[in-house]
Design a protein around this ligand. Structure first.
Ligand code: HSE
Length: 436
């Protein structure tokens, strides 16, 4: 655009939309002073009344598609969430020559390639800084700050709800289970009424999809992300990990590995044991952090609030101002699926060290049967402990060396067929720095 006045339409007045209104109310003059651009809010689209917001000086429409057709709007800010209506809205705005700024990670992870193609054809941009890690400018860091690098890996805590629950469960003296912490987080508004997107790892998988696409120059591959959440973790696992010198964090990991004729890509989100001295082990509560391994800059880390009205609004307006300044047009993302020298590794081929917890009946020969099965599947034991020896049941904790996922899964299937076991085997991968 590169013009002095940037005419904005905002669709959606939930937490982020209200945050953008508040930030505009306090920062419009400062933004004009710093950038020479005056942001003018032309119209708001919201289906429900919002008595808490002062909308007296802006046109409001109940039909959000009015904004996509309004010739006086240069940039449509999509903050309605969801994917179906949001996609139709964004496509209509693009077809009418409008730039789009969105905080919608699911929309970008699932439909970004189609939106980017449409934007490239229309000569406009779709920007989404607010979709990943809230107030942390991680998209800008990867797309601009590290553009001269070859990025080898990404490793991050990119779901604040999961991180909050894990750090609360581990808090000294707290002793609250996953379910108890989640219920408290829902009561105080930290967790959604339906928490499944967060605690089952899907929200983190959306974000990792977007980061990996930018970092490696790939189309968006959400359906190829290995996705596990935190809902099955127990206080025992957190305590045993602590005794072994680890903390449990929910991580997003993307890694590339070069072979002479092909590049292999790993995309996974899952809980992991990380050493207590690891930088990510210090990230607590709802905070996010992303580490990036790049060939020239080396390892860099980006830390900050991953959600919330004001941090996310900060990211939304940064995109708006970038477009208004004329930065980065036309659409730059990877708009086709022709990069065939890449292979996304299936889960069976991923290698990692593992923590195993086995609940077993305390009787002669159990240890021999367990270790024989592990040995038969090339699982090399790094450490082994027996815990909670009381009554007739006990727990065996095993740390393994690195092993192919296919092999450890076969071993776990065979272990679970033993009549010595009192419950399913708990397996949590170990992750170091750089991620392996
Ligand atoms: N629900 C997300 C989280 C925040 O818990 O991190 C928005 O992306």
């Amino acid at each position: 655009m590169g013009s002095d006045i940037c005419r904005l339409g905002i669709c959606g007045l939930g937490t982020v939309g209200s945050g953008v209104l508040n930030l505009l109310a306090t920062q419009t003059e400062e933004i004009r002073r710093k950038t020479g651009t005056t942001i003018s809010l032309v119209q708001i689209g919201c289906r429900r009344p919002h008595p808490d917001c002062d909308l007296s000086s802006t046109a409001v429409s109940k039909d959000i598609f009015d904004l996509a057709r309004n010739p006086d709007i240069d940039i449509l800010v999509e903050l309605i969430g969801g994917t179906d209506i949001a996609k139709a809205l964004v496509l209509e705005a693009i077809s009418n020559g409008k730039h789009v700024v969105t905080a919608n990670k699911a929309l970008i992870a699932l439909h970004g390639d189609e939106l980017f193609r449409a934007a490239a054809a229309a000569g406009v941009q779709v920007r989404y800084e607010a979709a990943v890690a809230g107030g942390i400018p991680i998209i800008k860091a990867i797309r601009e700050g590290l553009v001269a690098n070859r990025i080898e890996w990404l490793l991050g805590i990119i779901n604040g709800t999961s991180n909050f629950i894990l750090t609360e469960m581990a808090r000294e003296g707290n002793h609250q289970t996953f379910e108890q912490v989640l219920a408290g987080a829902q009561r105080s508004g930290y967790a959604e009424a339906d928490p499944s997107l967060d605690v089952e790892g899907i929200d983190a998988a959306h974000k990792l999809t977007i980061l990996a696409s930018l970092a490696f120059g790939l189309p968006l591959k959400f359906d190829m992300v290995v996705t596990e959440g935190i809902s099955t973790l127990t206080l025992d696992d957190i305590r045993f990990a602590d005794e072994l010198g680890y903390r449990i964090r929910h991580l997003g990991i993307a890694r590339r590995k070069e072979h002479p004729d092909q590049t292999e890509i790993e995309l996974r989100v899952h809980p992991a044991l990380i050493p207590q001295a690891h930088l990510l082990a210090q990230v607590e509560g709802v905070m996010n952090a992303v580490m990036v391994g790049a060939d020239a800059a080396g390892g860099t880390m980006y830390y900050g609030p991953g959600a919330g009205a004001a941090p996310t609004a900060s990211a939304v307006l940064a995109d708006v101002i970038d477009i208004a300044r004329g930065n980065g047009s036309p659409q730059q993302e990877f708009t086709d699926d022709t990069v065939d020298a890449y292979r996304i590794l299936p889960i069976e081929e991923i290698e990692s060290a593992n923590y195993l917890r086995l609940g077993v009946h305390d009787r002669a020969g159990v240890m021999a049967r367990v270790t024989t099965i592990l040995s038969n599947h090339q699982v090399n034991i790094e450490a082994l402990q027996q815990k909670d020896v009381q009554s007739s049941d006990t727990q065996i904790i095993i740390l393994t060396n690195r092993v192919r996922e296919g092999d450890i899964n076969n071993a776990i299937d065979e272990l679970e067929a033993l009549d010595d076991l009192t419950a399913s085997v708990v397996r949590i991968r170990l992750v170091g720095l750089p991620p392996e």
